[in-house]
Structures are given as C-alpha cells and as structure tokens.
Design a protein around this ligand. Sequence first.
Ligand code: KG4
Ligand code: ZN
Length: 394
Amino acid sequence: MRVKILAIETSCDDTGISILEAKNKGNFDILSNIVSSQIEVHKKYGGVYPMMAKREHQKNLVPVLSKALKEAKLLHLRTKNQNFNFKEIEKILGREPELFKKIIPFLKKYQKPDIDLISVTNGPGLEPCLWVGVNFAKVLSYFWNIPVVPVNHIESHILVNFIKHEILDMKQIFPAVCLVVSGGHTQIILMEKIGKYKILGETRDDAAGECFDKCAKILGLGYPGGPIISKLAADAGLLFCRSPASVKLPRPMILTKDYDFSFSGLKTAVLYADKKIKIKGLKYKKMMAAEVQQAIIDVLIKKTIKALNDFNAKSLILGGGVSANQELRKQFKNRLEKESPNIKFFIPKTDLSTDNALMTAITGFYHKKNKVNPSASSGRFLREIEADGNLRIA
Ligand code: KG4
Ligand code: ZN
C-alpha cells in the first residue's frame, strides 16, 4: 500500500502539519514535518490559555500548510482561474472566521495536492484548539475530496515510535507497556497490538509535565518548565552529588500497589519549601530543579517497571513531551539494562517526543491499514467527526 498522508495537529499550543509517504516495502518517507510553536505568545502568561491558542492556530494553519506542501514538493499554482462556491466551507468554519479568511485565497491559488488521506487529532487536548484542526481537516477534505480520519493524540504519542519500524515483529514487541507523559496526561497503558490498549493507571490530578511547568513557575524559572528544569538540573550535576538537596521533596504514591500517580502534592511541597528560603540564588534553583526532576522520575520509573514486570511485557514504549527529558531517558535505560536486558526500549527522537503532526500521520496510516476508523471524504461521516477534549485511548 502506497499512501501519502497529510496530518494536522492542534491539540495544545503547537500548530503542526506533516506529510508522510508510506511505501510498498513497508517504510516511511517523511516529506515534511512543520511545527509552529506558540511558546513566545504564552510564556508571558506562564501557561496556555485555550482561546488565545485557538486564535494562534487560526493564524498559523494556512502558512504552516503552505510550508509543509512546499517542502514536500506538492504545492502547485492553479493554471487557470476557476469559480468556486465557498458556502459550505463558510458553514464549516462558522466558529473560525479568521481561518476562513485565510484559507479562501489559498484554495483559489493552489491546485489540489497529490494526497490520499488526511489525518487529524480530534482529542484529547484543549477543545477549542482541537476544533480548529478538525474543522480545517473537514474543509480540506470537502474541497479536495480526500478522506479524513480522526486520531487519538495519546495513541499518536505511542505510535510515533514506529516511524522506523513499519514492519513490526508483533511477537517480539507485544505486549508492551507504554508510559505517556505530557503536559496534560500521565498514563501507563498496556498495549496488546496496534489499536488495542488498556489504561493500567494514570494521574489522579496534575500530569507530570504540568508538575514540571507549575514547579518552574513557583521557582520563577519561566515557561515551559520541563526543558528549563531539565537544563538547570543538568547544570546542578556534580554539585547535587556532593551535597544532596537540602530540601527533600516527597515521591507521591510511590509505594501504592496500583499504577496511578499524583503530582499536585509535589507542587505544593515545592511551594512551601520555597516560601521558607530567603536567598534564592542560582545554586538554590539548580538544587531545586534537580530534586523536582528526580522526584518525578523516581515515581514514573517505579510504577512503570512494576507494570512491565506484572504484565510480562516484551517492550517499554515512552512518549509525550516529558519523554524528551534526558535524565528520565538515561535512568530508564540504565534500569532496563541492569534488570531486564531483554526488554526492548522505544523512545522517540526528542523533537518527536513533544507535539508534532508526524505522529498524527503515522497513526492515521495505521488506522487506514487496520481499518480502525471508517473514513469518507464527504457526507454524513465528515459531519460526524467531532473534537473531544477528554477522548480516551481505551
Ligand atoms: O506532549 P507535549 O508536547 O504536549 C502535550 O500533549 O501536553 O508535552 C508538553 C509538556 C510540557 O509540560 C513540557 O514542560 C514538557 O512536556 N516537557 C518536558 C521536557 N520537554 C518538554 N518535561 C521535562 N523535560 C523536558 N526536557
Ligand atoms: Zn502531546
């Protein structure tokens, strides 16, 4: 099966469009993978405001689409003027008027690209943001007459690991235990095969990424917190080894027998500890960053290894923004090498750990291949595709 997929990802604050070609021999060619980050817009406020992010997606989608098609060599000017009726498109984008204004000149100017399938994230995530992507996919699908398939963002964080492994030796990989750790989610998932999942445990309050972000805010470090804390913690290095953190933070739920997490108490502990400190120099910030990071890592590793053992898993699959954390990657690797050298370990490249549309494309491909979702280019099914901020993988 040879198929070109155009994928759209707008579940949070990154506007992503990617074009992926799946080839006959079972390998993929990444034709383009464009991500436009909104960090500059949101960092002034220390977090993402959904309506502001929705506005940014409306602004970014058409330029990102042009760039993605151009890079894939699929952007071609129309050769003659044609008259179109945009009434249906105006209806689809009734709640995204800025996007409507931008897409019309684009559709008039360029030809239908050589694309076989559109795949779009329809949840979970920030619902106003998800709707922009979903409605954009509907417009392209309707106008170009290309089928569209909605995909789950958590599943995409998992399947991006298979970008290099289209022909999977199922017997060697599954069952797998997946740890998806992002700004909105922390879940341990048992994966029996592509498309078959069971959530073993998840956070009862804040997600791991949210905890990084909130702790960084308390410590006055900026947004997003994960990369900043990770850098400061790495700088703490030797300093931390010689004189362990003067503040010892809790490892919430580390001893419970389930696979659940709770990170809001950790953030509160940071808040109280920080209030007691009078002079907050760089050394203090580095120490705290290292201790926050280690507290999060300790719980994530403990619960994930327990799941691996309890379910006799053959592989461990990481995904989500927090899996970009170098120390988390290193400590997982060391533990597996020491305790379970036969377990296969999948981690995405760091730029594929955080949100991108390549992961949406690969998930769309597997849905089509495994016929998970019916897909149609127009009519009832297109109208039925909905964004769902709380969409579950299982
Ligand atoms: O998957 P993602 O890009 O978006 C969501 O689906 O939420 O994850 C974003 C989260 C943020 O909370 C960010 O602070 C965290 O991932 N993150 C990191 C690192 N890079 C991003 N956390 C720890 N260490 C990192 N290097
Ligand atoms: Zn994500």
